[in-house]
Design a protein around this ligand. Structure first.
Ligand SMILES: Nc1nc2cc3nc(NCCc4ccc(C(=O)O)cc4)[nH]c3cc2c(=O)[nH]1
Length: 375
């Protein structure tokens, strides 16, 4: 049987709950903390697998919901699975579709058996359940699968949250039963509980007792204030097993990544870096650079003088500004490449700081340089 998803804890930062480790999967291993580029439709928009490897991307994310609707999971199974289909031979994590249903389809109806909704593509009636989400992810050949869960709207009442969490736990148990490949060792449970610390702790304990190989923290990055996310993490990670990975879903800004690592998170994903890149907004060591700004018209220096990526070594701000304003495809390839490199490199620098027990000092300096107002 292929090896399961296994977490190797290497070091815990002396001053915080931050961890440095390695995650082993059937398609290879990657260092943590790690930022995962999002490749919703079997492509990290405009970038090739070779470029993703070159920038240090150890794992990418794809979406059950989107690939099920188009081109269909059976087609991808016939192609030999998602790795073969998109020519990516490293780890792939897939989200289970719950969140996407709520963020994309208008009409939907949640029942115990699953969610009835209409396709955002052609309005056809569809039904997604814990069992169906497992079937699709197994057809894709995902290395790290997500349980089918409900990400409640924000804000949600305690009463709604309590009911929703209980159903998400029942759905997680159904997913474990339906999960047959890789000796059930590739399915993460997803902790909910909104911004209610006591519910976060309760749900973390409930899912920890089901002995998943890893745990996602869902229900966040849905519009809540940053301090509420941090408090929710503080109420969750201490109650998850230390020898399993923790993945915070949908988080992709430099400050939230650093503050998530400090609170015991190992993996992150978000469309933010690639989405903002498409309108020319970039993340640099000196803070955000909105490249269309006229001040860069004759700036022939690199996008980020402190970045050693391919883009910053070979192209100027003036050139990037020209491409983005002219809507040249090469422009968003360059800004997308740099933004992903920036977050992957940030996690490498954070990992080094953990190994040397100086993460809080690193945070202080990074926040100062980036221009975040001091906490
Ligand atoms: N299964 C599951 N998946 C999730 C994905 C999420 N993604 C987020 N936040 C993403 C927020 C987000 C969305 C768009 C942009 C942009 O366009 O830039 C940036 C951030 N929160 C999330 C929560 C869940 C969850 O509970 N369960």
């Amino acid at each position: 049987m292929r090896p399961a998803v296994v977490y190797e804890l290497l070091k815990t930062d002396k001053e915080t709950g931050a961890r440095a480790g390695i995650i082993h999967t059937p398609h290879g291993s990657f260092p943590t903390p790690m930022f995962m580029p999002v490749g919703t439709l079997a492509t990290v928009k405009t970038l090739s697998p070779e470029e993703l490897k070159e920038m240090g991307s150890g794992i990418i994310l794809s979406n059950t919901y989107h690939l099920w609707l188009r081109p269909g999971h059976e087609l991808i199974r016939e192609a030999g699975g998602l790795h073969k289909f998109m020519n990516w031979d490293q780890p792939i994590l897939t989200d289970s579709g719950g969140f996407q249903v709520f963020s994309l389809s208008k009409i939907r109806d949640i029942k115990e058996e699953g969610v009835h909704f209409r396709s955002h593509l052609d309005g056809s009636k569809l039904f997604l359940s814990p069992e169906k989400a497992i079937e699709i992810q197994e057809a894709l050949g995902s290395d790290i699968m997500m349980s089918f869960d409900e990400c409640p709207p924000y804000p949600a009442s305690r009463e709604y949250m309590i009911q929703s969490m209980a159903r998400t736990t029942r759905w997680a148990e159904r997913g474990l039963k339906a999960h047959t490949t890789m000796d059930k060792q590739s399915l993460f449970g997803i902790v909910q509980g909104g911004v209610y610390s006591d519910l976060r702790q309760q749900h973390a304990k409930e899912l920890a007792s089901l002995d998943f190989p890893g745990y996602s923290i869902g229900g966040l990055s849905v519009g809540e204030e940053k301090h509420l996310m941090n408090e929710a993490l503080e109420a969750t990670t201490p109650f998850l097993p230390a020898d399993k990975p923790r993945y915070l879903m949908g988080v992709g800004s430099p400050d939230a990544l650093i503050d998530g690592v400090i609170r015991g998170i190992d993996m992150f994903d978000c469309v933010l870096p690639t989405r903002i890149a498409r309108n020319g907004t970039t993340m640099t060591s000196q803070g955000r650079v909105v490249i269309k700004n006229a001040i860069y018209e004759r700036d022939f220096g690199p996008l980020d003088p402190n970045c050693d990526c391919h883009v910053c070594k070979n192209y100027s701000r003036a050139y990037l500004r020209h491409l983005i304003k002219a809507k040249e495809a090469f422009g968003i390839r360059l800004t997308s490449y740099h933004n992903l490199y920036f977050l992957i490199k940030l996690m490498e620098d954070v990992r080094e700081a953990i190994m040397e027990d100086r993460l809080l000092a690193f945070r202080e300096e990074f926040f100062e340089q980036y221009g975040y107002n001091k906490e």
